[in-house]
Design a protein around this ligand. Structure first.
Ligand code: P6P
Length: 346
């Protein structure tokens, strides 16, 4: 029976079609399906809210649990990490995993079947928003394990973003949506809870070239570098200023929510260097936040930069390395980069 084009396209069918088209192999297809299944489990846990007994900080006896980032872990951070680790332990598609919540990467044990991919993830980004019922999300990135490496160490993950073979996020909002790229466009799938499947709802997301909307935490303004001060100052000057148009601002403080809005209607997202985080290199993490988001955004026709370099070309030096982030509508990211280039040129 020829497939009825009007029938919904599930994530499984979409990935099988990509495999038949030679754009993905079976191992990577199955890995993405395992991650998607884990995201469904996380969505259920997040969706229970206070009824699930998983809100609030992790840790026991009044002692907060602090991760390598120096951040207090939420119970759902730990649970989401466990769900992703368990789902991927025995699939046979991975050589190793790395997580925001774990100090070091974890190779798949010899007792389990191993594959050729490395999975990196932020299991629950924006988790500080959970207790106030604001959208949060899971971000993931897939790299190839270098040939001949059976037990990958942290150093084997340090590949530039251009080496990613897949990237995506799952946003747990009014609906649960999986947004995915394997290097052939960025596509969105919505979880149909009645059948328990992700269904293709937006093929070929495209970010408008220009925008009138920016996303930044304005409370850090006095700590920014001069080019960022100048750039945002001109946005705020509006139509009377050098930009000649008024801008709107949004800041959810949940990267997945802000990036999803930008993928859907355009905008620029920035977490620039400021004097508080400059010593660490920035606030957001390169390997499992900035790089996967940059891949998704570029595949949707947008741009992603550190302000001084294309994000996907940054050569990583550490698993939890932080970077300044500018991403979204291409013309607006280029404008922000120009302010930095002119400043640096004196
Ligand atoms: P701030 C969440 O903690 C996060 O890592 C991103 O999801 C978000 O964009 C950013 O930090 C928010 O940072 O300083 O505004 O709380």
């Amino acid at each position: 029976m020829s497939p009825n084009s009007a029938s919904p396209v599930s994530l499984t069918r979409h990935l099988l079609e990509e495999q038949r088209a030679g754009r993905i192999n079976a191992d990577l297809r199955l890995l993405i399906e395992v991650v998607a299944r884990a995201c469904k489990s996380i969505s259920i846990a997040v969706g229970k809210g206070a009824l699930g007994g998983v809100l609030g900080d992790a840790g026991s006896a009044g002692e907060a649990s602090i991760n390598i980032q120096g951040e207090a872990q939420k119970k759902l951070d730990v649970l989401s990490n466990e769900i992703l680790m368990e789902a991927n332990a025995w699939g046979g598609h991975l050589a190793g995993l790395a997580s925001e919540e774990m100090d070091h990467s974890v190779p798949i044990s010899d007792a389990q079947p191993r594959g050729n991919y490395l999975l990196l993830f932020d299991p629950l980004d924006g988790s500080s928003n959970i207790d106030v019922n604001i959208s949060v999300g899971t971000i993931f990135s897939v790299l190839r394990c270098p040939d001949g490496v059976g037990q990958p160490g942290d150093e084997h993950y340090l590949q530039p973003g251009t080496d990613q073979v897949a990237a995506g996020y799952c946003t747990y909002g009014p609906s649960t949506m999986l947004v995915l790229t394997i290097g052939h466009g960025t596509h969105a799938f919505t979880l149909d809870r009645e059948i328990g499947s992700f269904v293709l709802t937006q093929r070929g997301m495209t970010i408008p070239e220009d925008t009138k909307e920016f996303a930044v935490n304005m409370s850090n303004q006095r700590f920014w570098e001069a080019p960022m001060q100048a750039y945002v100052g001109d946005l705020l000057a509006g139509r009377e200023g050098p930009r000649g148009k008024d801008f709107n601002m949004r800041w959810v403080a949940s990267m997945v929510a802000d990036v999803h809005r930008i993928l859907t209607r355009g905008g620029i997202f920035s977490y620039p260097l400021d004097s508080k985080c400059a010593a660490k290199g920035g606030k957001l993490r390169l390997m499992y936040e900035a790089n996967p988001m940059a891949f998704l955004v570029e595949q949707a026709g947008g741009a992603a930069s550190t302000g001084r370099q294309r994000m996907l070309e940054v050569q990583p030096t550490g698993l939890h390395q932080r970077v300044p982030v500018f991403l979204g509508s291409r013309a607006e990211v280029e404008a922000a980069v120009k302010y930095h280039a002119e400043h640096d040129a004196g």
